[in-house]
Design a protein around this ligand. Sequence first.
Ligand code: ITT
Length: 197
Amino acid sequence: MKKLLIATENPGKIRELQEILAPLNLKLVTPRELGLMLKVEEDGQTYAENAAKKARAYCAASGLPCLADDSGLEVDALNGAPGLYSARYAAKPGASDADRRAFLLENLRGKPRPWLARFRATVAMLAPGGELAFAEGRCEGEIIPTERGQGGFGYDPIFFLPELDKTMAELPAETKNRFSHRARAVEAALPVLQKLF
Ligand code: ITT
C-alpha cells in the first residue's frame, strides 16, 4: 500500500484528514509515527505559500509523498482577521484554542451582526522528485457570540452554518468532514492524488 504523510502537527487536522482520505486506500502516516518534529516557520503571504513550505519540509525530511494543510478563519467585520494568523491569534503567549475564541469574540463585541465569516483551507501535495500541486476549499458561515458543541477543534464552537442550523462543533465528525473547507480542498485535490499514486 502506498504511503502518504499527513504533514501537520495539529491533532484536529490529522484526525479529520485521516477520515477524509480514508476512501483512497493509502497507508496514511503521521509525523509522530515517523518521529519527525519539524518547526516550519509559517511566514508566507498566502495559505498556499505556507502549505507549500510545510509540504516541502516534510517531504525532504521523510522521503515520502506529503499532503500539508494551511487553513484559517476570515471574519468580514475584522477585515479578514485572523486569516493567516488563525493559529497564533491571541492576546497572550501560550494561548489555547479557547483563549483564541474568546479573543475573537472580544474583538467583535459591539460590531453589528451577522458576523459573516469563512474557513479556508489550501492543501499542498508533493512527492519526492515531483512538483508541488495545490487545491483549495472554503466553507461560509457566521460567528456566533456563545459557544455551542463539543466536536471539532479551534474555532468550531463559534462557527455557525446557517444551512445546517448548527455550529461546526455540533456536527458529527462525518458531517463536518463532508461540508468543511478541508473536505472541499481534499475533494478538489482528488485528481492530483490519483495521479500521485
Ligand atoms: P500545522 O501548521 O502543523 O498544520 P496549525 O494549527 O499551525 O498546524 P495552521 O497554521 O494552518 O495550522 O492554522 C490553522 C488554524 O486555523 C488552526 O490552528 C485553527 O485555529 C484554525 N482552523 C483551521 N481549520 C479549522 C477547523 O476546521 N475548525 C476550527 N478551526 C480551524
